[in-house]
Design a protein around this ligand. Structure first.
Ligand code: EPZ
Length: 419
């Protein structure tokens, strides 16, 4: 089991970081490659989750080749629609392979997905979507089997909640179904818009919007050629690194419009942020003031994937802030670890807590990451501790941050990963 060692900072961070392709766009696009007669995906990040997706593709009868930032996925002679339990257990996104494998093979099977433990995380909406498009589904607590020997039929899909994953399942399945589909109350995350662009590059007919409209191809798609969008959560994490250390950073390949609520929070706290196309500049003064209340919500509101990083920032700045986590029922794993470092955080219930900023450094401690973004928050906390910290459970962080040690050392952070 690996761990990160973050040394205390003598100087605020400064310099330039190039943001990688987005994990949460690349994963559904690799699943969607199953629908295509080949796919070339540029700006595809090197992450352990991408390696898991590559193994799922190879197991299903596809080749996965990487040349630098570009990966190429090609169907081999025979495909099979089953994803092994071991690979499903490694990441939540394994569920995204069910729909494309069903469309390609007429039947498919996956096991209940693993990945970050943020609450119950059921898959009932993925099943509802496929049944609405005409698939026969049998599922127990362990495995989901789907069959549609004559293909899927376009339909109206009305999602009770704007689930990111269920929207992606619907878009992929409807793109290959016969007839038209409309997805009502879809998730509007930029990663879904990017998936639609990927599918349209292979001849699909998807129109992204408040209702996603899809004219199905009644069969598989052509060759896809696409460049993965920038990772807005990685960008937000580096902005938080600048804010927590009172530093100055220039992010290349980053879109301000994808994380506007977080940018607004940082500006209200006292940061200066400027952006031009595909770049963001931040200059953070040493003294920042907490915003009174922050709530996570579906895009375009404040993203749950930046909540732990914001919590680490709030812990060392001035003033108090109440945070409510509305997406996941237990995404507070970072709080006991931050408290161990001396943070003053009061938990009200499984979704709500108040941070009273120390307006000073945290204590150096050995802490443990319990999921990907919790890990990112603990590395940020190390930047605000006199002698840094040691973050166990480092493999969580490698799932979502490309070249984190190299990128952080370029901006003055002493960090290393050890196994
Ligand atoms: C995606 O997860 C992201 N993962 C998550 O990022 C992100 O936190 C989440 O969207 C919300 O933005 C990827 O894109 C790979 P959801 P997903 O379906 O698709 C409930 C990270 O750190 N729900 O929008 O799993 C669910 O329990 C990860 O990069 C059902 O009830 O999220 C949750 O409460 C963590 N039934 C809510 O919807 C379903 O069938 C939102 O989940 C599906 C979801």
């Amino acid at each position: 089991m690996g761990y990160f060692t973050v040394s205390g900072l003598d100087m605020p961070v400064s310099g330039e970081v190039r943001i990688s392709g987005a994990k949460n766009a690349a994963l559904p696009e690799l699943a969607a490659a199953v629908l295509c007669e080949g796919a070339a995906l540029d700006n595809c990040p090197r992450l352990s989750d991408i390696e898991t997706a590559a193994k799922i593709l190879e197991n299903a009868g596809f080749s996965f080749e990487r040349a630098g930032g570009c990966v190429s996925v090609l169907p081999r002679e025979n495909q099979n629609g089953c994803v092994p339990e071991e690979l499903c257990g490694k990441m939540r996104s394994s569920i995204l392979f069910l729909a494309p494998l069903l469309c390609r093979c007429g039947e498919a099977a996956v096991y209940m997905p693993g990945g970050c433990c943020l609450g119950a995380r059921p898959v009932d909406l993925h099943i509802y979507v496929l049944e609405t498009l005409g698939a026969k589904i049998s599922a127990d607590n362990c495995k989901i089997t789907a069959s549609a020997p004559n293909g899927l039929n376009g339909a109206e899909i009305d999602l009770p909640i704007p689930s990111v994953g269920a929207t992606e399942t619907a878009v992929m399945a409807a793109a290959c179904a016969s007839g038209e589909s409309v997805i009502k109350n879809p998730a509007m995350e930029p990663e879904i818009e990017d998936l639609c662009r990927f599918l349209n590059s292979a001849g699909a007919d998807t129109v992204f919007g408040r209702e996603i409209k899809i004219r199905g191809k009644n069969g598989l798609l052509e060759r896809a050629q696409h460049s993965v969008m920038p990772d807005r959560i990685e960008a937000g994490t580096y902005l938080a690194a600048a804010a927590i250390t009172g530093g100055e950073l220039y992010l290349k390949n980053a879109e301000q419009r994808h994380i506007l609520p977080f940018i607004k929070i940082l500006e209200n706290m006292g940061c200066i942020i400027k952006s031009r196309s595909q770049s963001i500049y931040i200059d953070a003064p040493g003294c920042l003031y907490s915003p009174g209340l922050v709530e996570t919500a579906p895009y375009p509101e404040f993203p749950t994937d930046l909540q732990p990083q914001l919590t680490a920032l709030l812990a060392v700045k001035r003033g108090k802030c109440t945070v409510r986590e509305n997406i996941f029922e237990s995404r507070l794993g970072h709080i006991p670890q931050l408290r161990k470092m001396g943070a003053d955080i009061e938990i009200h219930d499984e979704r709500t807590f108040t941070v009273r900023g120390l307006d000073g450094p945290l204590k150096s401690e050995s802490v443990r990451a319990t999921d990907l973004r919790c890990g990112a928050a603990l590395i940020l906390a190390g930047l605000a501790a006199k002698n840094g910290n040691r973050v166990e459970g480092g493999e969580y962080i490698l799932r979502g941050y490309e070249d984190i040690c190299k990128k952080m050392s370029l901006i003055g952070i002493k960090i290393k990963y050890s196994t």
